[in-house]
Write a protein that binds this ligand. Structure first.
Ligand code: MLT
Length: 272
């Protein structure tokens, strides 16, 4: 995968594109988890179904995308929705299937709130529709302090056991090294911005209830950060949703079980 770049005013947006400029293909746009960047979708790009083009965005500050903190106060989850909409406009793509995992799911819901006309179907993986609880916000403040003290490395250490399911930690040790590498590549200011944006994001239950396009909800049955119960809640809220529970998988389902994730996604795309 080779990063591509577009420039929007004073910002640079980086992304991966499986078929740059190919207008004959339908497009699925992937939005990454916290704090990983677009490279987390590498295994999905190795298995692009015929007729499809995959694009994966680096949200501002992550991967190759730039950040302008001064212009972004207060940070909001909508900033990331702006990144998605800006990238689609620059690439002249009118409609996409939006695929978001965890924080990427929060961003997907923000895009649906702000620009539903660009979305033809939705995949919400290992995510939730609700806002942070007061306890969740407290945990975010602790993570901000940890980031200040130890940088991305401290965040990687703290998050690892929550990101990866128990089966993967025993049977798929390579997942941990990939996740650690992806986190350590991210600049502290990108991680800080994402923590603020996640802790301030609104409840998106109303958005999900209003979605009329097809939705696929995916969750690993060992996901502790956004457990199966959260996926079931989203499934009950959405009119046109199907639910896929991937066994022996934690929070980063696409990295832990890429083959199952890819075939579940491909089956959904083939039905659109
Ligand atoms: C993520 O994987 O994107 C984050 O864990 C989501 C969160 O912390 O709420």
């Amino acid at each position: 995968m080779q990063r591509q770049y577009v420039h929007v005013q004073s910002r640079t947006l980086a992304y991966f594109d499986s078929a740059p400029g190919d207008r004959a293909l339908r497009v699925a746009l992937f939005v990454h988890a916290f704090p990983l960047g677009a490279a987390m979708w590498e295994s999905q790009f190795k298995s692009v179904p015929p007729g499809w083009r995959f694009v994966a965005i680096d949200l501002r500050g992550f991967g190759g995308s730039t950040i302008n903190e001064a212009a972004e106060q207060p940070p909001r989850i909508d900033d990331y929705a702006t990144d998605v909409v800006d990238l689609l406009r620059e690439l002249e793509i009118a409609k996409v299937v939006l695929v978001g995992l965890s924080m990427g799911g929060y961003v997907t819901l923000a895009v649906l709130r702000r620009a539903p006309e660009v979305v033809s179907a939705v995949v919400l993986a290992d995510t939730r529709a609700g806002a942070d609880t007061p306890e969740g916000r407290g945990n975010r403040r602790n993570m901000l302090a940890l980031l200040d003290r130890e940088g991305p490395q401290g965040v990687a250490r703290d998050m690892m056991a929550k990101l990866i399911g128990r089966t993967s930690s025993v049977e798929r040790p390579e997942v941990e090294s990939v996740v650690r590498r992806l986190i350590k590549q991210q600049p502290p200011e990108a991680i800080r911005g994402a923590i603020h944006r996640m802790m301030e994001r609104p409840d998106s239950g109303d958005v999900l209830r209003g979605v009329t396009v097809p939705i696929l909800i995916i969750v690993g049955d060992e996901d502790e950060l956004t457990p199966v119960e959260e996926a079931r809640k989203m499934h009950a809220m959405a009119a046109n949703a199907e639910l896929a529970i991937i066994p022996r998988t934690g929070h980063v389902a696409n990295l832990e079980q890429p083959d199952v994730f890819n075939s579940t996604l491909a089956a959904f795309l083939s039905r659109l």
